[in-house]
Design a protein around this ligand. Sequence first.
Ligand code: NAD
Ligand code: WQD
Length: 334
Amino acid sequence: MRILVTGGTGFIGSHTAAELLNAGYDVVIADNLCNSSPEVIDRIQDVTGKRPVFYEADIRDRAAMERIFRENEIGAVIHFAGLKAVGESVQIPLTYYENNIAGTVTLCQVMEQAGCHVFVFSSSATVYGMTNPVPFREDMPTSATNPYGWTKRMLEQILTDETVAHPEWSVVLLRYFNPIGAHPSGLLGENPNGIPNNLFPYIAKVATGALPRLNVFGNDYDTPDGTGVRDYIHVVDLAKGHLMALEYAFNHKGAEAINLGTGKGTSVLELVHAFEKASSVSIPYVIAPRRAGDIATCYADTEKAAKLLNWHAQFGVDDMCRDGWNYMVKREGK
Ligand code: NAD
Ligand code: WQD
């Protein structure tokens, strides 16, 4: 069975491509490399002993998508390709709507044409918005607070509408919580250009000395130590969740939203201390004002993933920090 992985040279896509290859699937990757590099294909081969087929292609490019489906018998699509920086999405909303929404619509139209109807989509816990109580359950109302979040919320609607109109479609909307860490080999991971927006890569860059200190955005939240609490999930656990979602999609029709998280909350300071323990490097930090748009606490209700996918996260934050640090050490020679 041949699976098309869009965004497959990116952080989560590369780990998922590796898990797919290890499980015996053939993998075709389509990525325009706007946020990743082609060497990732070599790294996936190093990790699995198998080389995915790679197309440098944009999901908005209909002819390129048609060519991929013409040249490969694609059984299902796992769709990671998209822009993901919340702050940037506020600055350039049209770029986000075009890339994420128009791109996904084009991809689905080409799938429809090719008779491929099995789709696993990267959604996000961001669709739970600002007002739901934790833990976040899939049947809670969804919304968004920024254009990036709206692309996820709107695409969930668009894909659900498609399954209503065309019952042969099977769509799994995976709502990821906070994916961090790296492949245990140290060959795949996340290393954003410039100053990271997200906590884990920021801590990692402080640890390597590339950044002087961490700004902790607020210590007056209603949480045990006052700092923001999130549900961090090891990227390898997340990747494995996609294989379970794929199996589910092959055996069911319609659209289903499913959380992928651990169900456990970790505060900013707890993550800092776990990273210090894993790396034996001290992470200097200062308390800074709250970041606009942040909520105090976010973690998943994991029951639906357990019931429908028989999937549970295996790794804890200590594993995530160990593997994330190992990746940085290998990559930067620190
Ligand atoms: P990433 O940026 O590492 O990977 C995305 C990949 O998509 C990149 O390789 C990029 O080059 C590619 N891409 C972007 N636009 C494209 C286009 N038009 N055509 C072809 N390729 C394109 O991001 P990631 O962290 O691996 O995230 C993957 C998906 O998961 C994204 O859709 C993201 O919104 C979603 N998600 C991520 C997180 C997170 O915290 N990392 C959380 C929830 C959801
Ligand atoms: C985590 C905690 C910050 C940076 C984002 C997106 C979300 C999803 C995952 C894609 C918060 C604090 C952070 C820093 C800090 N992505 N923090 N100093 O905001 O939960 O989620 O990524 O779908 O849509 O919004 O993740 O890692 O940015 O923040 O104190 O330099 O760390 O305030 O409490 P977030 P994050």
